[in-house]
Design a protein around this ligand. Structure first.
Ligand code: ATP
Length: 309
């Protein structure tokens, strides 16, 4: 009995940790690839945000394989309370920024700060709780729609769950499903579309209400009309609460209103500014914009399979 109880306890604690990490939405980035050697320092402190959530990368160099750097001496500041977009050619390292911020990986050199605190000095749980993500592909659990939204905040009253879904433009759709909010989703439940998943993810994020928000191609599966309506609601929430938000986007039309646009190429910042200044600068951003306007680059835009509201 004694021999058995050890591994079972061990499994129990692994399960609890795993569940916690699901709640914190760490599953977004393929847990198997995550470096489990990254742990709290003995004197790690909970993250505090005296400035309201400024993110700063200072001379960060990182590669998944050290001899193949993805980010090269990258320095950038995401100001507190602003809407910032990170754009650039595919593979330039946009999603990698987010993984480093979560401390799924450590940079080979350089430092990352949130409100002037090196993220290596803060407790991982507090760091990850402070960041909310709407990923490209949202993990859904084999649970009811309600619980899937609730993962953002298990204690929220039902009205808040509904309010979040309304702001994410999915409430009416949910009500139209056979069992409403009790409809089961996931492998064993209702097959829901990519765009519905994205809106559930946004509901979850609205309910979680973290100080730092990341949208990683978060509306890519929506038709233009639904995307615009959802973005308008997201913008309203961001302004209301003065949240720091970072949008990773291919389709520049979804981010041209950002306070700051950072253009990456091969792991370094090549331009930054507002849409207007970048267009006037006539550099890479202007080139990407022109190409998308002509429908040359953005293959997704022309694809079928977008949903309608
Ligand atoms: P996209 O716009 O296509 O989503 P991105 O700019 O977000 O790309 P990243 O996902 O940050 O790019 O990836 C940057 C580079 O790192 C790519 O060349 C990618 O193949 C590589 N890469 C990403 N994740 C891993 C990993 N876990 N192991 C090894 N290489 C990886």
């Amino acid at each position: 009995v004694f021999q058995l109880s050890v591994p079972l306890n061990f499994l129990g604690s692994v399960y609890r940790e795993l569940r916690q990490s699901l709640l914190d939405m760490e599953t977004l980035f393929n847990l198997q690839k995550v470096n489990v050697t990254i742990k709290d320092k003995p004197d790690a402190k909970p993250l505090t945000l005296p400035k309201g959530g400024e993110i700063r990368f200072e001379n960060v160099t990182f590669g998944y394989y050290p001899d193949r750097p993805i980010l090269r001496n990258l320095t950038l500041t995401i100001p507190a309370g602003k809407k910032v977009a990170v754009v650039g050619p595919s593979g330039c390292g946009k999603s990698t920024l987010l993984r480093l911020l979560f401390r799924f990986y450590e940079p080979q050199s350089g430092r990352i700060f949130i409100d002037d605190t090196d993220i290596r000095d803060v407790r991982l749980d507090s760091l990850r709780r402070a960041i909310g993500v709407v990923p490209q592909d949202t993990p859904l659990f084999n649970e009811s729609v309600e619980l899937n939204i609730r993962y953002g905040n298990l204690d929220a009253p039902l009205e808040q769950v509904h309010a979040a879904a309304r702001r994410a433009h999915i409430h009416d759709k949910i009500e139209s499903w056979p069992h409403g909010y009790q409809t089961m989703v996931g492998e064993r439940g209702l097959m829901i579309s990519g765009g519905e998943k994205q809106r559930l993810a946004v509901s979850r994020l609205i309910l979680k209400d973290p100080p730092l928000l990341f949208f990683d191609e978060a509306t890519s599966a929506l038709d233009t009309h639904t995307e615009q309506a959802l973005m308008a609601n997201i913008n309203e929430i961001l302004r209301e609460k003065a949240r720091t938000s970072v949008f990773v986007a291919h389709r520049l039309r979804t981010i041209y209103d950002a306070d700051l646009i950072i253009v990456l190429k091969e792991g370094s910042v090549v331009e930054m500014g507002s849409h207007r200044t970048l267009m006037e600068g006539n550099g890479l951003y202007a080139e990407l914009w022109a190409a998308q306007e002509m429908g040359m680059v953005d293959a997704k835009e022309g694809e079928g399979g977008k949903e309608e509201e």
